[in-house]
Design a protein around this ligand. Structure first.
Ligand SMILES: NC(=O)C1=CN([C@@H]2O[C@H](COP(=O)(O)OP(=O)(O)OC[C@H]3O[C@@H](n4cnc5c(N)ncnc54)[C@H](OP(=O)(O)O)[C@@H]3O)[C@@H](O)[C@H]2O)C=CC1
Ligand SMILES: O=C([O-])CC(=O)C(=O)O
Length: 265
């Protein structure tokens, strides 16, 4: 039985923990949860039957085979090296990879210990295909996200501005590196796509669309050998409209691929 530890007790961690048993029974068990607010950790741990941990050291002392991260870009940056020194890490806050110093440090930690940092598909799919582009080379990536105004509220890039509830607005247009600095809880998917594909050229547009019921991420990627267009529309989490529920399911699917007798790549 593979032991799984969880960082975060927010919207995605809750979906992950609540759906875990049905998806991975007999192969994986959640042994510990750690987050910033201990009361929330305790509540989710009680629901899950896992240990509530106050610190990362306590979580790692449970000897998990995989730690899964649902805690945000800064938390991933803060914890990745320590986790990778001890075990494997599956992360959704791929935005951290936009920081070259973080990426180099995480890679060094993983190489040093033989563990792996695995970036989950999150609210998109197809990172395997995008990886194929990285091997082929020469990819050009265009990424577009459509989110409801309330999903973007409070992002640093809005500098206190409130987005219109009446008309569509371009909330951001430019480089993916700048996008993740300005919208760290909204465009992890774009950084994941760019990092997986090693695109030589990339840009993104983030649109605020009043009344939107499903967050939509679309990407177009091409090189001399292959042209692909992918689009994903997913329900936002009712408790945290910034995050698509499917992002939590993607981590369940990732663990399924890592532990099932037959895997689909
Ligand atoms: N790749 C993808 O497709 C997607 C990626 N994401 C990423 O996933 C993250 C989590 O999403 P979601 O669950 O909706 O967010 P929530 O804000 O609902 O939950 C975040 C959880 O992480 C905890 N946390 C924050 N900082 C730390 C820390 N330093 N140490 C330990 N715990 C911490 C929070 O604690 P507290 O309750 O105290 O705030 C909370 O429990 C997002 O911030 C984003 O980076 C999200 C959606 C899609
Ligand atoms: O959940 C989503 O739709 C995507 C998201 O927030 C992110 O990539 O940060």
């Amino acid at each position: 039985m593979e032991k799984i530890a969880v960082i975060g007790a927010g919207a995605l961690a809750r979906v992950f923990c609540r759906r875990f048993a049905a998806a991975l029974a007999g192969r994986c068990e959640i042994t510990g949860i750690m987050s910033r607010t201990f009361e929330k950790t305790e509540a989710l741990a009680a629901e899950t039957g896992a240990a509530a941990c106050r610190t990362l050291d306590d979580l790692l002392a449970l000897n998990p085979g995989y730690v899964v991260e649902f805690a945000g870009v800064q938390a991933l940056k803060d914890y990745a090296s320590a986790v990778l020194a001890r075990t494997n890490l599956i992360a959704v806050s791929a935005g951290a990879l936009a920081d070259p110093a973080f990426r180099a440090k995480a890679e060094e930690a993983a190489r040093g210990s033989g563990h792996r940092l695995i970036i989950a598909n999150g609210a998109i799919g197809g990172l395997d295909l995008l990886r194929t582009y990285a091997l082929m080379g020469g990819a050009k990536l265009e990424f577009e996200s459509l989110k409801a105004p309330k999903s973007l509220a409070g992002a640093p890039g809005l500098k206190g501005r409130t987005l219109s509830e009446e008309r569509e607005e371009v909330a951001f247009s430019g480089s993916i590196d700048e996008a993740i600095r300005e919208f760290p809880k909204n465009v992890n998917v774009a950084v994941a796509a760019r990092a997986a594909s090693a695109a030589e050229q990339s840009r993104m547009t983030l649109r605020s669309v009043p009344g939107l019921k499903e967050t939509t991420h679309s990407l177009r990627i091409e090189n001399q050998l292959l042209h692909a267009e992918l689009s994903f529309s997913s329900r936002p989490d009712p408790e945290n409209p910034r995050s698509s529920v499917s992002a939590a399911w993607s981590v369940l699917a990732c663990l399924d691929a890592l532990t099932a007798p037959i895997a689909f790549f």
